[in-house]
Design a protein around this ligand. Structure first.
Ligand SMILES: Cc1cc2nc3c(=O)[nH]c(=O)nc-3n(C[C@H](O)[C@H](O)[C@H](O)COP(=O)(O)O)c2cc1C
Length: 179
């Protein structure tokens, strides 16, 4: 049984990438994992200013939602990120949150398994490649952490279209595989 933290970054109602996150959560819960879900919608996530104060204090100078979310990240065994693809990359809000993880960089964090769920209008691996590469760059900075799984679902434009997409089952199975 693991502690799983799912961070969903789309701000849209009936978001497609969030649909994948919900399936993942259902599978992970059914396999008796403890799952926490955080949507970035409505959260205050300031940009990292690169002041490096956190490298000596282990605390960010900002007391916003991102600081609290990063602390939740540090105590999870498994991290799952869901993102819409924006211009072939992860969403800006997700990247901004990742930048804010500097307080736990080379410090105490538990997570070893990381998953990425993404949706876009276009189909094909090349649509997802830059998103995956960018995310791998972040993971590489957290020794011991590994990208354990990815799901990319293309062909999704309007909100809610995920409801009839086969990737939902894939996301459920991926969540269910966590033990
Ligand atoms: C600013 C912006 C940029 C986007 N860039 C791309 C893109 O590069 N490739 C693509 O296929 N879809 C792109 N899309 C479409 C979204 O990735 C797609 O609608 C996705 O399913 C939205 O997921 P969500 O419902 O979880 O927000 C873009 C959408 C927005 C709003």
């Amino acid at each position: 049984m693991k502690r799983v933290l799912v961070i969903s970054s789309s701000f849209r109602e009936f978001s497609n990438s969030d649909g994948l996150a919900q399936e993942f959560i259902q599978g992970a819960r059914e396999n008796n994992n403890t799952v926490e879900y955080i949507s970035l919608a409505g959260q205050e996530i300031k940009f990292c200013t690169g002041c490096f104060t956190c490298q000596s204090t282990e605390e960010c100078v900002f007391e916003d939602d991102a600081s609290r979310i990063v602390k939740r990240m540090a105590t999870a065994d498994v991290l799952v990120f869901a993102t819409p693809i924006y211009y072939f990359e992860m969403s800006g809000q997700m990247k901004t949150l990742l930048d804010r993880t500097l307080p736990i960089y080379e410090k105490n964090y538990k997570f070893k398994e990381v998953y990425l769920l993404a949706t876009a209008i276009e189909e094909g691996d090349e649509v997802f490649n830059a998103t995956k590469e960018g995310f791998l760059g972040w993971i590489k900075c957290f020794e011991g952490a590994e990208l354990k799984g990815t799901i990319f679902a293309g062909g999704l434009n309007e909100a809610g279209e995920i409801n009839s997409h086969p990737a939902r089952k894939e996301a459920y199975e991926m969540g269910r595989s966590i033990s």
